[in-house]
Design a protein around this ligand. Sequence first.
Ligand SMILES: [Zn+2]
Ligand SMILES: [Zn+2]
Length: 171
Amino acid sequence: MEDIGFMCARCGGEVHDVTHNREGALDTVGYRHNRRVEPWDHALELAVGTAAPPDPTCDFCAAPDPSWLYYPTLDPEATDMFEVELDTTHLSDDDTAVAVLNMLYPWLACDTCSVLVADRNIDLLIERALERCPVPDDGPVDEETVRARLNGSLSVFFSTRPGRPQPSRAI
Ligand SMILES: [Zn+2]
Ligand SMILES: [Zn+2]
């Protein structure tokens, strides 16, 4: 049985609803790519179908065959309250929700990014991501938005995953 659900018609990727824990405001449709950082090369094209299993890529820089896996260290079910440091500078509500949801998901990293993670070097991680995947001039978002997304998601990542990664072949 194939799982029919929402997907992105453009890239075939999985989509998730980022609004379920947000009260009030039904301002925008709250669906986003189920990726650690929302892609910036195309806008989500919501469709119903079977999402393709994603090729594993580094969630920081999109390099193929990432070697390392960071599991979430936080279990929101086990605690009534938890704190994360989230840098919301220039972040939209939905981008903020995406960043916070990242607490719950594992992140994959290539060798280079895992070294940058060990150094907690957010600036270089962002530069590397933008170098490998430049923001297109005619893309859906500008570079400032992309930097805000990276900064927001990485700030949550670093406040919830201080530990060492595991080899990704474990999954
Ligand atoms: Zn897509
Ligand atoms: Zn990487």
